[in-house]
Design a protein around this ligand. Structure first.
Ligand SMILES: C[S@@+](CC[C@H](N)C(=O)[O-])C[C@H]1O[C@@H](n2cnc3c(N)ncnc32)[C@H](O)[C@@H]1O
Length: 198
């Protein structure tokens, strides 16, 4: 397997990342669309903080016709790919990708009904600053879904898992932020933090 420098601004690494993660990220899009539907969410504004190549958002925007999604990220090659998937399609009006930092989100307080941060908590420097920004832009009754890889024995096989947080480490950081109380859970690969009153 060819080795790439793990740098999302590097086009070769970004292409490798997309190829390797497309299916799993799209599957997360289907799962979240189902979850939002079961909660009765039909319309509103969604922010994907650290959207990468936008694979999850493309599924969500197709599945929830009343929603509008903004994906933000700092990676030029991933954003370029994301934009190429929606430009000149009928999704363009409801799904936009912007280059910006999740630690300085360029939207007013209480803008979003739903915020996602998926598979990126371990990538961001100063995650507490990101969490406080998410809290600021999320509406008071909004839904929040944070999901990230969970460091475990599986890290022996997978370097991305090795660089991730354990659930307890993530919990400590989240509890230091301004986010409201939510629910923590874990599976073999992931930990989750969710604020969603069902
Ligand atoms: C592992 S990728 C996950 C991307 C996407 N959520 C997915 O599941 O495919 C981590 C992403 O976090 C982004 N990222 C890291 N720090 C960031 C920051 N401060 N602001 C915005 N995006 C950031 C990277 O550019 C990269 O696209």
């Amino acid at each position: 397997m060819k080795k790439y420098k793990k740098d999302f601004s590097n086009k070769d690494f970004a292409d490798y990342y997309i190829k390797r993660h497309k299916k799993i990220i799209e599957k997360l899009g289907y799962d979240y669309a189902k979850k939002l539907a079961s909660m009765g969410f039909k319309r509103g504004k969604i922010l994907d903080a650290g959207c990468g190549f936008g694979g999850m958002d493309i599924v969500l925007v197709k599945r929830i016709p009343g929603c509008e999604i903004i994906g933000i990220d700092l990676s030029d090659p991933l954003l370029e790919y994301a934009n190429s998937c929606v430009s000149n399609t009928n999704l363009e009006n409801r799904l936009k990708f912007k280059k910006c930092d999740v630690r300085n989100i360029p939207f007013k307080d209480n803008t979003f009904d739903v915020v996602f941060s998926v598979n990126m908590f371990h990538s961001v420097n100063e995650p507490i600053i990101m969490l406080n920004e998410i809290e600021r832009v999320l509406k008071p009754n909004g839904y929040l879904f944070i999901k990230d890889l969970r460091r475990s024995w599986f890290g022996i096989l997978e370097s991305e898992v090795k660089s991730a947080f354990t659930l307890n480490e993530a919990k400590k950081l989240i509890e230091q932020s301004k986010l409201k109380k939510g629910t923590f859970s874990k599976s073999i690969l992931w930990w989750n933090f969710e604020i969603c009153q069902m």
